[in-house]
Design a protein around this ligand. Structure first.
Ligand SMILES: [Zn+2]
Length: 272
């Protein structure tokens, strides 16, 4: 029998919830767990298609975020309302997320963790994945918030770096991804040996794809992120399922293992 748990998934920008954790969140929600999404910024610095900018990009992205969250089965969505700091960390003015004092942001997240009695918090790895300053801030703020709230488990959402490097090479051979500027991978995400969970989300790639498509302002925009979303959405479904059918986590404080766990709650998650 499934024991319901509460998972809080903390992200930097609207759309980040899909790529690294969307399948896992959909799988947990489908198994009867309570999934809460907390997004730090409204993503206003993302360059996007001028049509969506007219009504205020932040408002558009907030609406897209709630649609994406609904498709993934999230029970609650909280936007902390910080400004997007931009890839070089200079955008967003005084309320930019990466320049907010760590304890201030951590206390706000900790209040949600306490209210929800969260069993698990997901953040990003310490590199902030590919290194966006707001993603690095998600790691730091999240780790402190979990300490403040006494949240027992913190999982860093990441990508298997070894697999990513192979994928990037294969894309080059197939001439896919032209025009996409990929950040350097050497120090990005985490090496395979540090990964503790490799979650099978192949049964949830439909929800993941739909949630990705909900972020239409990003899929049609000009930034590297939006081009990545656009490229992924153009993939044939079987290839999308193969590429995005697993998600990776490193649980803080957990022993390294040669065989990563396939679910976040072994024995309590229901079948994949
Ligand atoms: Zn982001």
């Amino acid at each position: 029998m499934t024991v319901p748990r509460t998972i809080v998934s903390f992200h930097a920008h609207p759309d980040d919830e899909v790529l690294l954790t969307g399948g896992t969140l959909a799988r947990l929600a489908a198994a009867g767990h309570r999934v809460v999404l907390v997004t730090a910024t409204s993503g206003g610095a993302g360059l996007a298609d001028p049509a969506s900018r007219e009504g205020g990009l932040a408002a558009v992205r907030a609406a897209e975020l709630s649609r994406s969250a609904r498709l993934l089965g999230c029970a609650r969505v909280e936007l902390l309302g910080y400004e997007d700091s931009g890839m070089d960390g200079t955008a967003g003015g005084p309320s930019a997320f990466c320049r907010t004092p760590l304890p201030d942001a951590a206390e706000r997240l900790a209040a949600i963790l306490e209210q929800e009695q969260a069993d698990v918090l997901t953040v990003y790895d310490e590199h902030g994945g590919y290194g966006h300053p707001d993603h690095v801030a998600v790691h730091r703020v999240g780790v402190l918030a979990a300490q403040l709230a006494g949240t027992p488990r913190v999982l860093e959402a990441t990508i298997d770096r070894d697999l990513l490097k192979r994928g990037v090479r294969a894309m080059g051979v197939l001439h896919l991804g032209r025009g996409i500027e990929l950040p350097p991978m050497a120090g990005a995400y985490l090496p395979r040996g540090e990964i503790t969970h490799r979650v099978d989300v192949r049964a949830f790639t439909g929800a993941k794809r739909a949630a990705m498509a909900a972020h239409v302002s990003q899929a049609g925009g000009e930034s590297a992120d939006s081009r990545t979303l656009g490229l992924l959405l153009r993939l044939p479904r079987p290839l999308f399922r193969a590429l995005l059918g697993h998600e990776w986590f490193a649980e803080r404080g957990a022993a390294r293992t040669l065989r990563p766990a396939s679910t976040l709650f072994p024995g309590a998650e229901g079948a994949a």
